[in-house]
Design a protein around this ligand. Structure first.
Ligand SMILES: NC(=O)c1ccc[n+]([C@@H]2O[C@H](COP(=O)([O-])OP(=O)(O)OC[C@H]3O[C@@H](n4cnc5c(N)ncnc54)[C@H](O)[C@@H]3O)[C@@H](O)[C@H]2O)c1
Ligand SMILES: N[C@H](CO)Cc1c[nH]c[nH+]1
Ligand SMILES: [Zn+2]
Length: 436
């Protein structure tokens, strides 16, 4: 295919230069390193030393908001009052989304197990929730109430007793829908702070904010770097990169639908990536033309256009099954299969954060109301990780129970292994119990 001067990259898997062009495309999916490490580490150490005072100073500097220790937290009355600032349809839509997300995540709850083996040893594993989870909600360019539901509901379903949300409110402006979503999903405390200082406060605590056990949620480069730096003190979910969508479509899809699907992720971020794989060159051309038509009516046209023209790609393959190795290499955050038999393709795909099956399942339905989580692995990390779930808010503890008889059955082998490792106290602690 010929390359247009501006627009998505066009690749054909039959071209001799395809392998190199595809490698370059994958390179573009790699998370870019950030240059904010030193600034973030100084903010974190300041919050550890000066607590609330440091958080208040950074909030004044970056969010142009004057707070005191007493006003860091958004009062429950203000959160309840937010409902009156939202339209009834929006609240109803959030409630429908919450119910569907809750129902899906309830199905993920794993079961404890226990049994007694042939040697008479009692064995098992039980799940317990984290004690406290911190949810970061971005407050600058993107401020999504749907992401509040997606982070908070799995934690609630897992049984986390304390859920703490932080959201920067630049110039004091709060998005009421974010507060409504927090209330619907059962968030216990909300603080009007953001950036690395909020992450540090959640991880280390201040006089006002009791520390949490794990921090989840997306954010800008400062937030992502802060999460990296506090990992180990607390758990984190993932470092989320820009959104991605990969659509595989045959010629029978409506080009206008597919164009809108590609733009649905392009409009998130200039760095988002939207890729179409198809087996029909005319269809590819029709989708590119439809993208142009849609772009001009989008409220976030500039962002979507920048993303599509710099990171968009259309790949032509001779047969749709030839898409499978490309999908696995891209390991997309979202994979849409707009083909006649999505099951046949899906069965062969190993790497994808979430799969949307068939022409009537746009990715955007999953962003809001389908039920599965929309916090998904990006930057090819679907090769080794999964989307946010109740498992992120649970941990497993194993249990062992020997009695005088069963320890005599398995203990001698433990003594042998301890001696082989030169660990005398290990050997002794078992051997003493064999002499009863
Ligand atoms: N993957 C997802 O699901 C998803 C969802 C929503 C948002 N996002 C991403 O989250 C990001 C949100 O970023 P945002 O900026 O809009 O909001 P944000 O809340 O992440 O960042 C705002 C904070 O950044 C800090 N900050 C800004 N400039 C700073 C500086 N010079 N030095 C130190 N700290 C500074 C401030 O403390 C401010 O409160 C975007 O990149 C967006 O794409 C991703
Ligand atoms: N698609 C985004 C995650 O990649 C999530 C989102 C929030 N609102 C709309 N979409
Ligand atoms: Zn989205």
């Amino acid at each position: 295919m010929s390359q247009p001067e501006v627009g998505p990259k066009r690749l054909d898997s039959r071209d001799p230069g395809f392998a190199a062009a595809f490698r370059a495309l994958l390179e573009g999916l790699r998370e870019e390193g950030t240059q904010v490490g030193a600034a973030v580490s100084s903010i974190i150490s300041d919050v550890r030393t000066r607590g609330d005072d440091a958080v208040i100073d950074y909030t004044a500097r970056f969010d142009r908001q004057t707070l005191t220790a007493e006003t860091l937290r958004i009062p429950d009355a203000e959160i309840k009052a937010a409902r009156k600032l939202a339209t009834p349809e929006t609240v109803a839509a959030l409630e429908l989304a919450a119910a569907r997300i809750r129902a899906f995540h309830e199905r993920q709850m794993p079961e404890d197990f226990s049994y007694t083996d042939a040697a008479g040893v009692g064995l098992g594993a039980r799940w317990t929730s984290l004690g406290a989870a911190g949810l970061y909600v971005p407050g600058g360019k993107a401020n999504y109430p749907s992401s509040v539901l997606m982070n908070a509901i799995p934690a609630k379903v897992a049984g986390v007793p304390r859920l703490v949300m932080v959201v920067p409110t630049p110039d004091g402006i709060v998005n009421p829908l974010v507060l409504v979503a927090a209330e619907i999903s059962g968030v216990d405390e909300v603080y009007r702070i953001g950036g690395a200082q909020a992450v540090a406060a959640l991880a280390y605590g201040t006089a006002t904010i009791t520390p949490v056990d794990k921090i989840t949620g997306p954010g800008n480069a400062y937030v992502a770097e802060a999460k990296r730096q506090v990992f180990g003190v607390v758990g984190i979910d993932m470092i989320a990169g820009p959104s991605e969508i990969l659509v595989v479509s045959d010629r029978d899809s409506d080009p206008s639908w597919i164009a809108a699907d590609l733009l649905s992720q392009a409009e998130h971020d200039e760095a988002a990536q939207s890729i179409l794989i198809t087996d029909d060159a005319d269809f590819a051309t029709a989708v590119i033309a439809a993208v142009e038509r849609h772009l001009s009516v989008l409220p976030r046209e500039a962002i979507a256009r920048a993303s599509w023209t710099t990171h968009g790609a259309v790949i032509l393959v001779p047969d749709l099954m030839d898409a499978v190795p490309l999908i696995d290499a891209i390991a997309p955050e979202h994979l849409e299969l707009a083909v006649a038999d999505p099951d046949a393709l899906a069965a062969r795909v190993r790497n994808a954060g979430a799969i949307f099956m068939g022409r009537h399942t746009p990715e955007a339905i999953g962003d809001y109301v389908a039920g599965p989580n929309h916090v998904l692995p990006t930057s090819r990390s679907a090769r080794f990780s999964s989307g946010l779930s109740v498992y992120d808010f649970l941990k497993r503890t194993t249990m062992v129970r020997c009695d005088a008889q069963s320890i005599r059955e398995i203990g001698p082998a433990a003594v042998t292994l301890a001696e082989a490792e030169g660990l005398g106290a290990h050997a002794l602690s078992v051997a003493l119990r064999l002499q009863q």
